[in-house]
Design a protein around this ligand. Structure first.
Ligand code: SF4
Length: 216
């Protein structure tokens, strides 16, 4: 479907969820609770291609299927090549692994001095603080641990990570990631941010998040 004013209104409205009270629609907890997580749910709303159907059958072995209703409304259900659709609906190609392909595609685990912390470049670290996201992107480079579909059993060690950063004065930049750090409770986030802010040599704290896209 080409972009039209009607379509813009559809995006801004509740689309397929017109029957839901607006207060629920705008509530991020409602959006999380009502995510589309099964092929049966998907098929209630759209016709899947054969490639997508096959992908959905295997999705939970690689990276869980989860799409917030808000984000699902952005998909052009009549276009199998809709780029938004391709972000979140599994396809069979995901299960094809070439010989050279690594599960840890960015080689992060070999640069992990403590669980959940990646120190590859001298002055910056990647601090993985959760394995959960609001929705799961099929292209995720960390699918080995995100959503725990592959039984990676990721358990972030906040204290070990914080102590490592405290004792490495060369680290001036900390990128909180995961999973999506903005899914943490305010209390946990406050704890992490206040501890990091108290470290004199940390100049930058960044948060990698897709919450503004999946749960605006
Ligand atoms: S939000 Fe980030 S970590 Fe989560 S699935 Fe998407 S790319 Fe991966």
């Amino acid at each position: 479907m080409p972009y039209t004013e009607d379509r813009a209104t559809w995006f801004e409205g509740q689309g397929l969820w017109q029957h839901i009270p607006e207060s629920d629609w705008r509530d991020w907890t409602w959006q999380l609770k009502n995510r589309i997580t099964t092929v049966a749910q998907l098929e209630q709303f759209m016709t899947l291609t054969a490639e997508e159907k096959a992908g959905c059958i295997f999705a939970n072995q690689k990276l869980a299927l989860a799409i917030t209703p808000y984000f699902f409304n952005l998909i052009d259900r009549h276009d199998p090549n809709c780029p938004i659709r391709k972000q979140v609906i599994p396809r069979s190609g995901e299960m094809v692994l070439s010989e050279e392909e690594r599960l840890d595609s960015l080689g992060e685990d070999e640069h992990s001095p403590v669980p959940g912390l990646v120190h590859r470049y001298p002055d910056r670290v990647l601090f993985l603080v959760t394995d959960r996201c609001a929705a799961y992107c099929r292209y995720c480079t960390r699918s080995r641990l995100v959503s725990n579909a592959q039984d990676y059993n990721f358990h972030p060690e906040y204290e070990q990570g914080l102590r490592y950063i405290e004792s490495h004065p060369e680290v001036r930049d900390v990128l909180l990631s995961g999973g999506d750090p903005l899914l943490l409770s305010d209390k946990k986030l406050e704890h992490l941010l206040s501890r990091l802010r108290a470290i004199k040599h940390v100049e930058f704290i960044r948060i990698g998040s897709r919450i503004p896209v999946f749960l605006p």
